[in-house]
Structure formats: C-alpha cells, structure tokens
Design a protein around this ligand. Structure first.
Ligand SMILES: [Zn+2]
Length: 172
C-alpha cells in the first residue's frame, strides 16, 4: 500500500534548508525515508534593507556629526536584523551604539563589532531575530588639520569584518 503524504511546512527562518521525512510504523519494524527536499528561505534584498532603515542611518549620521568637535569624535553603529513573525519577514535594527571617543587626529575611529544576539525560538512561528547586516558611520575630520586624512569608503578592517561575518555592510 502506498499513500502520498504532502507535508505542510511553514518557514520563517532565512537560510538554505534541507528536509527529509522519516516515518516509522507502529510495530517499529519498517522505516521509510523520503528523498531530501531543498527549501530556500530568502533574506531581504540589500536595497530593501536600505529602504527600510535609511532614516535610521541618517539619524546615526546626524548623531555622528553632533558628536564631532575640537574635543573628539566617535562612530555610531547598529546591527540589522531580519525579524520573522507570523510568516512575515521585516527589517529592524537594534539600538544605535557609540564607538569609543577618539581624542586625537592621528588615530582612526572604530566601532564595537560584538557579535549580535540571535533569537531563535523553538516554535518556528514565534518571533525570531537574525542578524543580516551591520551599519556604521565614519567620523568627519572637520575638526582635524588638513594633513589628517583617510580614504573614503570601507576601511581595511571593515572589509575583513565583512569576510568574517558574511553579511551585508552599510556605511555612511
Ligand atoms: Zn569602518
């Protein structure tokens, strides 16, 4: 006797998943194993992430400008999350964090890159938070003498961190 079983699987966790079904009869003398099915759950698109958080990115940038003075400067950063809830995925951030104060113009500002919190519920329909990106600002050199300079864009350290984490990076 053969019976076709169509499992209904709800997935709210981004990633590439492999599923197989293992079924045992009541006498426990027969086990059936299905073939492996590949299921891909998409991350939000980088442009989607940017659109969802562009106000927040400018807020962090404005805070960076406000903090810069003759006395010092510091970077701002936040982690970007895919939040899965009720079968919908949205883009959220955690709080804007301050990097350490940099008091002299010879030093490069940097930011705290501590690994973010992951909330992975046992029930896949509960709210889940997965880090998908990291945003940080670079400080303006307005209050530094003209000979203090650095390249525009990602620093060497930034590029290394991207490689280590394999996530989207945003810079302002
Ligand atoms: Zn950087």
């Amino acid at each position: 006797m053969s019976q076709k079983v169509v499992p209904r699987i709800f997935l709210s966790i981004p990633g590439e998943w492999k599923f197989k079904l293992v079924v045992q009869n009541e006498k426990k003398d027969t086990i059936r194993v299905s073939k492996v099915e590949n299921v891909e759950v998409w991350f939000p698109d980088p442009l989607e992430i940017e659109a969802a958080l562009s106000d927040d990115m400018y807020e962090a940038w404005n805070e960076t400008l406000e903090d810069a003075s003759e006395m010092g400067r510091r970077e701002k950063s936040f982690w970007i999350y895919a939040v899965a809830k009720n079968g919908e995925v949205s883009v959220q951030r955690d709080e804007i964090k301050d990097g350490p104060w940099i008091m002299n113009c010879d030093e490069t500002a940097h930011t705290d890159f501590t690994a973010p919190e992951i909330i992975s519920p046992l029930d896949p329909l509960d709210e889940a938070w997965y880090p998908i990106g990291f945003f940080h600002t670079h400080t303006p050199l307005t209050y530094c003498p003209p000979e203090a300079h650095r390249g525009v864009g990602f620093s060497g350290g930034d590029i290394q961190a991207v490689g280590a984490h394999g996530i989207a990076f945003y810079l302002l």
